[in-house]
Design a protein around this ligand. Structure first.
Ligand code: 5GP
Length: 179
C-alpha cells in the first residue's frame, strides 16, 4: 500500500517493511557484537516499541533479559516542568547493562526526563536503541547508541507507532502526506 488513511489524515509510504526488517537485523547484530559475553536487560518502552522489540530480540545472538515499561509524566505541583517515571519496572537494575528500546526519539524530552530516574538505581551501563530519530526536533544532549533511521521532522505512523491509537499494526512506516 502506498497510501493509508488513519482517522482524518492521509499517510504515504515512507519506510517499507523489508527495509525496516533489514535494518533491525543489522541493529541486532551490532548490539550482539557490542554486548558479547553479557546478558543485557532490554527495557522496552511501551506502547510504540512492541513490534521493534519483538523483531530486534529475534535476531540477537546473545541471551537477553526482556522487560516492558510504560513511562508516565507528572506535572510537579510547585516545581517547574514535569518528571517522568516508569510503570511496571520490576527488575533490579543494580549493576545491570541496560538497553532502553524506543520507537522514536523526537524532542528527546521523555528519555531525558526518565534517565536520571533510571540512573538512581545504579545500573552498570545504560544504552539507548531507537528505531527512529528526528535530529531536527531533538532538544536534549542524548547519546543515542543505536539508531535505525534518522528521519525528517514529520509525523509518522505504523510499525508500532500510532495516530490517536490507530495505525500501529502496519508492517511499514508511513508519513503524513502533504495536503
Ligand atoms: P519525545 O519525548 O522524544 O519528544 O517523544 C517521544 C514520544 O512521542 C515517542 O515515544 C512517541 O510516542 C511520540 N512521537 C514522537 N514523534 C512521533 C511521530 O512522528 N509519530 C508518532 N506516532 N509518535 C511520535
Amino acid at each position: 500500500m502506498s497510501r493509508i488513511q488513519v482517522l482524518d489524515k492521509t499517510f504515504e509510504i515512507f519506510l517499507e517493511s523489508d527495509a525496516i526488517q533489514r535494518r533491525v537485523k543489522e541493529m541486532a547484530q551490532q548490539i550482539s557484537a557490542d554486548c558479547a559475553g553479557t546478558r543485557p536487560l532490554f527495557l522496552s518502552i511501551l506502547n510504540g516499541s512492541f513490534l521493534f522489540t519483538a523483531d530486534l530480540v529475534r535476531h540477537l545472538t546473545i541471551e537477553p533479559e526482556i522487560s516492558f515499561i510504560k513511562l508516565a509524566s507528572y506535572k510537579g505541583m510547585r516545581s517547574t516542568g514535569s518528571f517522568t517515571t516508569a510503570i511496571g519496572l520490576d527488575v533490579d537494575l543494580l549493576d545491570r547493562e541496560v538497553i532502553l528500546v524506543e520507537d522514536i526519539v523526537d524532542t528527546g524530552n521523555t528519555l531525558f526526563q526518565f534517565l536520571p530516574h533510571l540512573l538512581q538505581q545504579q545500573p552498570r551501563s545504560v544504552r539507548i536503541a531507537t528505531l527512529l530519530h528526528k535530529p531536527e526536533a531533538t532538544r536534549h544532549p542524548l547519546t543515542l547508541d543505536y539508531v535505525g533511521f534518522s528521519i525528517p521532522n514529520k509525523f509518522v505512523v505504523g510499525y508500532g507507532l500510532d495516530y490517536d491509537g490507530w495505525g500501529r499494526q502496519h508492517g511499514s512506516i508511513y508519513q503524513l502526506a502533504a495536503e
